[in-house]
Design a protein. Structure first.
Length: 387
């Protein structure tokens, strides 16, 4: 790699055939000059900004953070087994290192921050919270080896918010704090409207929260879904009026809290997720366990198919599939991830949430339905969104 700019003794901007990179290492920039080759033995970390930020700007941020803190966090993130997209996110690692630096300063002076969002964060961002706990555990192990006071478990809350924020590249935590409060309020609306107690670890609730998180980003970017009152959206609203009423209440809260009126298509997809939550949670109330609707009768005819549509069983692909299934005079079901749906119902099929590459199962009790299942399975394996 060739040096482009020296920021300080420990941080340089360099390039190789793949592009510009930020390189850190103790003494890597000492007496170095632009155009020189980097001494590979001095390289400790290589960062490649992948969120559209200027590498020169990100490198300048790194110079303001002690290299020891950067290495501490980078090692912990790598040891925690996070996805490469997270572990190699330079902006995130800088934010985490900066936070850990302040946390260490507070701990050294006997001060500890209080994070009132523990319940909300652990419920709404379950995966990120578990990642943050692993990161904090590795950081504390490293601190213990150096005889430094360990950080309190509550620091996992702050680390979680940084992880969530990095997923949306919003630049600061204010958006994430607002989003957290709104998410909790919207989940409570569903619980109140349908007299349910929702399990934040359930598949349906998890998908709803994920949908809301990306909805908030679409609102912030002025990119709401809007197909001008699509037929699919109308079918969703007509199929589940109670869920639609709940979605309208949620839309009103979003407008009040975020200052944005939702399009009809956005309300329709909220309806879809609410209907799914109510269906799965309602079934669990009577069984006492996770919904397992797939029938196990070995005499049934079954076929499996790998979803070929790039958008999964969503919108147009779901519409085409349910129309085709409705033309057969058989009761055909489609199941995925432990849940079952009427193959001719667009609402039920879309609530399965099957994505590109997921494997679904088609089932029918009629011995003469083999040909129909073959045709439907073949249909699912095509990219219906491109047809």
């Amino acid at each position: 790699m060739e040096i482009l700019r020296v920021f300080n003794n420990n941080v340089v901007l360099a390039k190789d055939p793949a592009g510009e990179k930020i390189v850190t290492g103790r003494g890597i920039g000492f007496q170095a000059r632009p155009g020189q080759a980097i001494d590979a033995s001095r390289i400790t970390r290589v960062f490649v900004p992948a969120d559209g930020r200027d590498p020169d700007y990100v490198a300048s941020l790194l110079t303001e953070i002690p290299l020891a803190h950067v290495n501490l966090v980078t090692d912990a993130v790598a040891a925690a087994g996070l996805p490469d997209s997270t572990a190699q996110n330079a902006s995130l690692l800088i934010a985490l290192a900066d936070h850990i630096g302040f946390a260490l300063s507070r701990a050294a002076s006997g001060q500890h921050a209080t994070y009132p969002l523990l319940a909300e964060v652990s419920q709404l961002y379950g995966e990120e919270y578990r990642q943050a706990q692993r990161i904090l555990s590795h950081i504390n192990d490293a601190l213990a080896q150096r005889g430094i006071e360990q950080l309190p478990h509550s620091e996992a809350v702050a680390l979680t918010l940084h992880l969530v924020n990095a997923g949306f590249s919003t630049g600061d935590l204010s958006f994430t704090y607002t989003m957290t409060g709104v998410l909790q309020q919207l989940v409570s609306i569903i619980e109140s409207d349908f007299s349910l107690t929702l399990d934040p670890d359930s598949v349906s609730v998890g998908r709803f929260i994920t949908h809301l998180r990306y909805l908030f980003v679409r609102i912030a970017n002025h990119e709401q879904l809007d197909e001008h009152h699509s037929a699919i959206g109308q079918a969703i609203r007509d199929s589940s009026p109670e869920a639609y009423q709940c979605a309208q209440r949620i839309a009103s809260v979003i407008e009040l809290r975020l200052g944005a009126e939702l399009t009809e298509d956005e309300v329709s997809y909220l309806t879809l997720h609410i209907a799914r939550i109510v269906h799965t949670t309602g079934a669990q109330r009577y069984t006492g366990t996770r919904t397992e609707n797939i029938r196990k009768d070995p005499t049934m005819i079954t076929r499996t198919a790998t979803i070929g549509s790039s958008v999964g069983l969503h919108a147009r692909p779901a519409s085409l599939f349910t129309q085709a299934a409705g033309e057969y005079d058989y009761d055909i079901t489609i199941s995925f991830d432990g849940e079952e749906a009427d193959a001719a119902s667009i609402l039920e099929v879309m609530t399965l949430g099957a994505k590109h590459g997921d494997v679904v199962t088609l089932t029918c009790e009629d011995d003469e339905a083999a040909g129909a299942l073959d045709e439907l399975a073949a249909m699912l394996e095509r990219d219906l969104d491109a047809e």
